[in-house]
Ligand binder design. Structure first.
Ligand code: FES
Ligand code: FES
Length: 219
């Protein structure tokens, strides 16, 4: 019975109209009967499995790069070692709080902390930052969202005008208060970050407020 069914599939009793599907079925039938162009030839033309085992696969070494810690997270930069930190932060990590101003170490809009010291990210090549600990404005608040005292003082004193320079101003203030917990107005004016909106009096008040807050006094 099975033989009859198979035979009928191979050589249909009723003539069938030719078409793409029919050609496919006749081709299957030819392969089943092992006619010229059939199974044996088909198998011969098939790519053969390799007869010898492949050479031992040696895993690629881990890609080399520059390891940095940014806001407490580890990153490995595998691109151009000359890339300035400013563009690594903004374009690679999308940490856009660090602003592009002068590109010349003059304005301070790109200020970040590197191992706790104030630096200008536009002037730092990634090649010089291996194993450094970098903090940006995005890393100042605590993980639970509690703002840094300087950030809170900025809000309380409404120090922000257009805002473009302010992340750099805040980073510079954090650095100043780490060095001088009770800064004078002259110390504050010596920060040197530029503000085209002239928010300097507000910034001065905000830094004095943050200084008082970190010493347990309220203003
Ligand atoms: S952009 Fe870096 S100091 Fe101006
Ligand atoms: S607030 Fe506008 S540049 Fe400083």
């Amino acid at each position: 019975m099975l033989r009859a069914v198979l035979q009928n599939a191979i050589t249909p009793a009723v003539p069938i109209r030719r078409g793409p599907c029919t050609a496919w079925r006749l081709n299957i039938a030819r392969i089943a009967r092992d006619e010229p162009g059939g199974r044996s030839e088909y198998n011969r033309r098939m790519p053969q499995a390799p007869q010898t085992p492949p050479a031992r696969i040696i895993p690629e070494p881990v890609r080399k790069g520059i390891d940095v810690s940014i806001n407490g997270k580890h990153f490995r930069h595998t691109g151009d070692p000359a890339l300035p930190l400013l563009w690594y932060l903004r374009d690679v990590l999308r940490l856009t709080g660090c602003k592009y101003g002068c590109d010349d170490k003059s304005c301070g809009a790109c200020s970040v902390l590197v191992d706790g010291k104030l630096k200008r990210a536009c002037a730092l090549a990634m090649a010089d930052l291996a194993d450094k600990d970098i903090t940006t404005i995005e890393g100042l608040a605590k993980p639970d969202g509690t703002l840094h005292p300087v950030q809170q003082a900025w809000i309380d004193e409404d120090a922000i005008l257009c805002g473009y320079c302010q992340s750099g101003q805040i980073m510079a203030a954090v650095d100043l208060l780490a060095r001088k917990p009770k800064p004078s107005d002259a110390d504050i004016d010596g920060i040197g970050n530029l503000c085209r909106c002239g928010s300097y009096p507000r910034i001065r008040r905000a830094i004095q407020r943050a200084a008082a807050a970190t010493q347990g006094k309220t203003k």
